[in-house]
Write a protein that binds this ligand. Sequence first.
Ligand SMILES: [Zn+2]
Length: 97
Amino acid sequence: MGQHKRRYIEAQDAQRRATLLAEIQAHNVDVFCWCNRCGHNATISSSRLAAELGPTFPVPDIGSRMRCSGCGSKDVAARPDWPSLGQVTRHDSPVSK
Ligand SMILES: [Zn+2]
């Protein structure tokens, strides 16, 4: 791999680093949590989480601190609840067959 390409990939990785609670809190964005076992999901206030876990806590790591209120599983994923990603979690097709 060439030096230039390696540097490009490193730059991309830096951009992909975990988002911190303080960063989404600044945008008034909350945390969307999803249970990988039963599909239960919830949006949790980033302000509340920042108070409990600290503002520099990485958002993707929040899931490991969560327990699903639906089935009790600890297999929970978390991501920032960006408004623009709202449609990504929808899997229903608008086209009827
Ligand atoms: Zn669950």
